[in-house]
Ligand binder design. Structure first.
Ligand code: NAP
Length: 312
C-alpha cells in the first residue's frame, strides 16, 4: 500500500514537533515552519510558509499534493489575541481559510486543531456537542475558525486539546510547565491560580489521538484531555515533586490577581468518552506525563521563550 501524504502546518510548534516525533509507519509527512528554523534532522521535509499568503499556500499544495492536512499553525497567545485581535484573526481565521480553500482544490481531508477556549468554563464537563461560548477574543476567534471548517464542505476532524505541556522546540513558545520550571530552577516563588481547573494534557497523547484519528479516518469533533482533573495549584505542586523542586515555592492566588490580562474560563474540563472509546486513547495522568517529560529532557534543546504570556 502506498504511503499517505500528510502536511503538518506549524511543524516547529509544541504539537507539530510531537506529531513529527510520533509519525506512524505508512505516513509520508511534510511540515511547515514560519519564523523558526526547522530541526536539522527533518530539514528536507520542511517548507517555509506564512499561512496568510494564500498564493504560497496554493503553490505548496501543488508541490506536496497532501491527502490530509493537520493544521496546527496558529498564534496561541490568549493575551495577544485580546490586545491585537486583528493580527491573531489574520493568522488563526485568515490562514485557516487559505488552507481550507487549498484542501477544497486538492480534495484533501482537514484536521483542525481548535481549543478548550471555545467554552466559557461555567458548565463542565464539556461534550463535543456542548454549545460554544467563549470568554475571551482568543476563544471567539477559534469558534469562528471552527465554523469555517464546518461550512467548507471539506471532510474534517476538529480536535480540541486542553492545556498542553511538553518541551517546545528551540525558540518555541513556552507552556505552563516550562514557564514554572524556569522560576523553580532559580528558586523563585511561582504564583498559581487556585480557582482554575483543567485536565492537563501530555502533548504526546494529543499527537497519538490525531494520528489514530487520521489512520482510522475519523471525522467530526473530538475532545482531548489528560486523565486527571485538577486545579492548577495541585498541578504545579506535582511539577515540583516530579522535577525535584521545593513545593513551598508554589503560591496559590486568586485568578483575580491577573485582571489586567484576558479573562480565562474557570473550568473547561472535558468529557473524553469519544477519545477513549472511539479513538482508543487512554491518556496519562499528570504524574506519568510529567515523568515522561522529565525523562525526555536530555533529548531536546530548550531555547528561550519566543512569545511569553501568563497561563493562569
Ligand atoms: N498549547 C496549548 O496548551 C493548547 C491548548 C489548546 C489548543 N491548542 C491549539 O493547538 C494548536 C497547536 O498549539 P501549539 O501550542 O503547538 O502552538 P505553538 O507551539 O505556539 O506553535 C505555533 C506554530 O504555528 C506557526 N505559525 C505561527 N504563525 C504562523 C504563520 N503566520 N504562518 C505559518 N505558521 C505560523 C509557528 O511557526 P514558527 O514557530 O516557525 O514561527 C509554530 O510552528 C494551536 O491551534 C493551538 O491553538 C494549544
Amino acid at each position: 500500500m502506498s504511503e499517505r501524504r500528510v502536511l503538518i502546518t506549524g511543524g516547529t510548534g509544541l504539537l507539530g514537533k510531537s506529531l513529527l516525533e510520533t509519525a506512524p509507519a505508512g505516513i509520508r509527512f511534510f511540515a511547515t515552519h514560519h519564523r523558526l528554523e526547522p530541526p536539522e534532522c527533518w530539514r528536507n521535509r520542511f517548507r517555509q510558509l506564512d499561512i496568510r499568503q494564500s498564493a504560497r499556500v496554493d503553490s505548496l499544495f501543488s508541490e506536496i499534493k497532501p491527502e490530509v492536512v493537520i493544521h496546527t499553525a496558529s498564534i496561541g497567545g490568549v493575551d495577544e489575541a485580546e490586545q491585537d485581535p486583528e493580527s491573531v484573526h489574520a493568522v488563526n481565521v485568515g490562514g485557516t481559510q487559505a488552507i481550507l480553500r487549498a484542501c477544497q482544490g486538492a480534495g484533501a481531508t482537514f484536521i483542525f486543531i481548535s481549543s478548550n477556549a471555545v467554552f466559557d468554563g461555567t458548565h463542565p464537563p464539556y461534550r463535543e456537542d456542548s454549545p460554544l461560548q467563549a470568554v475571551n477574543r482568543y476563544g471567539q476567534i477559534k469558534i469562528e475558525a471552527e465554523r469555517l471548517v464546518r461550512l467548507s464542505g471539506v471532510p474534517y476532524l476538529i480536535v480540541r486539546p486542553i492545556l498542553m505541556y511538553g518541551w517546545p522546540g528551540k525558540g518555541g513558545r513556552e507552556n505552563v510547565v516550562t514557564r514554572w520550571l524556569k522560576s523553580l530552577e532559580r528558586r523563585e516563588p511561582v504564583e498559581v491560580a487556585e480557582d482554575i481547573v483543567s485536565m492537563p494534557l501530555w502533548v504526546g497523547d494529543c499527537a497519538r489521538t490525531i494520528w489514530g484519528g487520521l489512520l482510522e479516518r475519523r471525522m467530526g469533533v473530538v475532545h482531548v484531555a489528560g486523565r486527571d482533573r485538577v486545579n492548577l495549584v495541585l498541578f504545579a505542586q506535582e511539577v515540583c515533586r516530579v522535577f525535584g523542586h521545593d513545593e513551598h515555592l508554589i503560591a496559590p492566588v486568586s485568578s483575580q490577581r491577573w485582571v489586567h490580562l484576558a479573562p480565562r474560563p474557570r473550568d473547561t474540563s472535558f468529557e473524553t468518552t469519544r477519545m477513549r472509546q472511539v479513538f482508543g486513547v487512554e491518556p496519562v495522568g499528570i504524574r506519568e506525563g510529567l515523568t515522561l517529560m522529565r525523562e525526555s529532557r536530555a533529548s531536546v534543546e530548550v531555547g528561550p521563550a519566543a512569545i511569553s504570556g501568563q497561563d493562569l
